[in-house]
Design a protein around this ligand. Structure first.
Ligand code: NDP
Ligand code: GDR
Length: 374
């Protein structure tokens, strides 16, 4: 059997790293696009690195950027991929309010650039295309639970850009017969989640607080409700979508919803800290009511370890998202295997281990600064 070839944009991100693992396991030759940065930015895929001097490495990284048509077209021409997974994006909703034009360029027009490259190279018959669409397109959702069908109601420059990418993917499927699919993915997390997304900010922040590396977690809207799954489960759905007979769009979600506050409480429990919330709105605080000293030696009963900071309240919020994955279950045979609570436990364990390494260095006078800006 000939080796299938996949190209992943965003391979250095959370999903890109899990997807690369999955495809390598399945025997694919995997190519990824990384962008130039002033520091190494391949930590999430370093464990997959294969010496390019060795015979026939199956993972190859190429420099490129979703803003740069020529690099994208050149890489696609060289690689001639059977499957392209477009995971690259400015993916932070709050940041998109600060950098709306950049977000539109990368998330919306970047997708168009890839689709046009496929057309320009006459790869319509050869190359299947996956677009990382998002539940953020539902925004202030007009129907609950959310299914594959609009209405969409985007609430951020990120969501608006992703809505264009979704629509242009559907359009190229209908107009030019491309095998192109949208995965309308609800929030998915993991120990590899970026540190400024809410779940990771919580697990990392509380682990640091437990060991005295930070004192307080500053949060935005802790009443927000999300349908959280595990990235490892979600990349499996991405691959499945491109293995079908017909290209279609799928909602990928767990069908269960939890609040940010609940996630904070779970993470605190994992660290042996009981937490009670007092006050309301911007005055709300999380106070420790009991502590298992082994896990949280730096925390005492009565400590305030969570505060609300208006800096983290968004200009327009998406208060509640809940997906219905019935179509994915029916046609892809996809089911999430990891619950949000199990995922929280895994994330806390990983962040606690990292905090312990930091604390050990600190205790030997070798303290390294811990980045806490969320
Ligand atoms: P991450 O933020 O972890 O990864 C984003 C990736 O895109 C990184 O590899 C990043 O590179 C790369 N990237 C950013 N800008 C550019 C650019 N200009 N050119 C090329 N690459 C770029 O996101 P996730 O892995 O969590 O998400 C993957 C995709 O799925 C994204 O498109 C996201 O919007 C979408 N999505 C994510 C969901 C989630 O809950 N995780 C849910 C729904 C959709 P670098 O490492 O250098 O920063
Ligand atoms: P989201 O994820 O915006 O849903 O986008 P994020 O984890 O950033 O926020 C989830 C919810 O938590 C609230 N929140 C905070 N969020 C952050 N980041 N920091 C805080 O301090 C904080 N306090 C409360 C937010 O207001 C929000 O309601 C993610 C990204 O991965 C997108 O790329 C993806 O498309 C969607 O999920 C589905």
């Amino acid at each position: 059997m000939t080796t299938r070839t996949a190209l992943i944009t965003g391979i250095t991100g959370q999903d890109g790293s899990y997807l690369a693992e999955l495809l390598l396991d399945k025997g694919y030759a995997v190519h990824g696009i990384k962008r130039r940065a002033s520091l190494f930015n391949t930590q999430r895929v370093d464990h997959l690195y294969q010496d390019p001097h060795s015979n026939d490495p199956r993972l190859t990284l190429h420099y490129g950027d979703l803003s740069d048509t020529s690099s994208l077209t050149r890489i696609i021409a060289d690689v001639a991929p059977d499957e392209i997974y477009n995971l690259g994006a400015q993916s932070h909703v709050a940041v998109s309010f600060e950098a709306p034009e950049y977000t539109a360029d990368i998330d919306a027009i970047g997708t168009l650039r890839l689709l046009e490259a496929i057309r320009f190279l006459k790869f319509e018959e050869k190359t299947r295309f996956y677009q990382a669409s998002t539940s953020e397109m539902f925004g202030h959702a007009l129907e609950t639970p959310q299914r594959e069908t609009p209405p969409f109601n985007p609430r951020s420059p990120y969501a608006a850009a992703k809505l264009y990418a979704y629509a242009i993917t559907v359009n190229y499927r209908e107009a030019f017969g491309l095998f192109a699919c949208n995965g309308i993915m609800f929030n998915h997390e993991s120990p590899r989640r970026g540190e400024t997304f809410v779940t990771r900010k919580i697990t990392r922040g509380l682990a640091n607080i437990a060991l005295g590396l930070e004192t307080c977690l500053f949060m935005g809207n802790i009443d927000a409700l999300r349908d959280w799954g595990h990235a490892r489960d979600y990349v499996r759905a991405q691959w499945l979508m491109l293995q079908q007979d017909c290209p279609e769009d799928f909602v990928i979600a767990t069908g269960r919803q939890h609040s940010v506050r609940e996630f904070i409480t779970w993470a605190a429990e994992e660290l042996g800290m009981m937490l009670a919330f007092e006050g309301k709105g911007l005055r709300e605080i999380g106070v420790v009511t009991a502590v298992d000293k082994c896990r949280a030696p730096s925390v005492s009963v009565g400590d305030t370890i969570v505060r609300i900071d208006p800096r983290y309240i968004r200009p327009a919020e998406v208060p509640s998202l809940l997906g219905d994955p019935a179509k994915a279950r029916r046609l892809l045979g996809w089911n999430p295997e990891i619950t949000a609570r199990q995922m929280c436990s895994e994330m806390v364990a990983t962040d606690y281990a990292a905090a312990r390494r930091h604390a050990l260095l600190r205790d030997h006078g070798l303290a390294l600064p811990v980045s806490i800006e969320g």
